[in-house]
Design a protein around this ligand. Sequence first.
Ligand code: HEC
Ligand code: HEC
Ligand code: HEC
Ligand code: HEC
Length: 218
Amino acid sequence: MNAANKTAAAQGALILCFLALAGYFVLNPGGNGVHVQEVPLVDVAFTNRATARMSAAEVIRTEGDASGQDCYACHERDKPPKLKFNPDQSVVNAKEHMDITMGHGSHNRNNNCFNCHNETNLELLQTRDGKELKLVDSAPLCGSCHGPTYRDWEVGIHGRTSGYWKRDAGPFERQICVSCHDPHSPKFRPWKPAPGPHSMRSVAVQADSGHSTTTPHL
Ligand code: HEC
Ligand code: HEC
Ligand code: HEC
Ligand code: HEC
């Protein structure tokens, strides 16, 4: 064999080798390759923009069941309900008001119904300094005891404001306190945090075990 033939033979052998390798990679006869983990969709509960609760105003606006707000369907006009207290100073709740769990502040500090409701006209709220407010207009009531939070809320630091930043470009909406806090038990329960953003990096998963080899950011 002369030199030129030797080179051609070596080149031919190399080409065959690479073709074989390419075939091996494409067909993957070993079968234990990696596959990309599917990016799970975010639970829609985390993208729901509704507030934590429905205020009395929102119940009326959406034509929900507002019968609980109709105090004088059950109470008599000139007979203010009498409060009874347990030994620990918590209010004894009537069976008709079992949907209310009173727990405002630690140590039952603000559990007296008439700290907020007006005993002589149940349909109204009353502040400590004697202002009367409609049930659906409760933010100033909260503000009468929570001054600093109310001040923050008024300028949009506390709570939630949505709509236009630029006020003359369009309307904005500020959620009232009771859209988030239950006035009777205003403390927030611990919430399940929403997942962080998915990194979109493909994550290697062992085909057989299903365990990922790196921790995916789900
Ligand atoms: C479905 C009927 C019903 C409605 C509606 C209702 N109440 Fe009552 N409420 C009762 C009954 C029954 C009692 C216990 C007897 C009593 O004290 O008059 C009671 C008791 C109370 C008490 C005493 C504390 C307690 O929990 O027992 C307060 C304060 C009160 N109601 C406020 C209100 C206010 C304010 C409204 C409207 C926003 C209202 N109620 C609407 C039936 C009702
Ligand atoms: C009569 C005064 C008064 C009014 C009116 C009032 N609060 Fe409170 N609030 C308190 C007191 C007192 C505490 C307890 C502070 C403490 O225990 O350190 C409290 C505590 C809270 C807390 C902290 C959570 C907790 O339970 O400790 C939140 C949130 C809250 N109030 C929201 C509201 C909202 C919303 C309103 C209006 C619907 C409101 N408050 C109206 C007096 C008031
Ligand atoms: C911290 C102030 C506060 C106290 C204390 C309080 N309430 Fe209320 N209550 C409110 C506010 C504000 C609303 C209106 C809530 C809303 O807009 O969702 C309300 C709503 C209600 C309603 C009508 C809501 C419905 O749809 O069922 C009833 C009934 C009621 N309260 C009864 C009581 C009784 C009974 C007590 C005492 C055991 C009490 N409240 C103590 C502030 C208070
Ligand atoms: C969009 C929902 C939302 C609105 C509207 C809102 N709050 Fe809150 N508020 C929260 C959340 C969330 C927390 C934090 C709870 C936690 O840290 O556990 C909170 C905390 C608080 C606390 C406890 C403060 C502290 O430092 O521990 C008070 C008091 C309070 N809010 C009062 C109010 C009052 C008064 C208003 C209306 C003027 C209001 N909130 C409006 C969601 C809201």
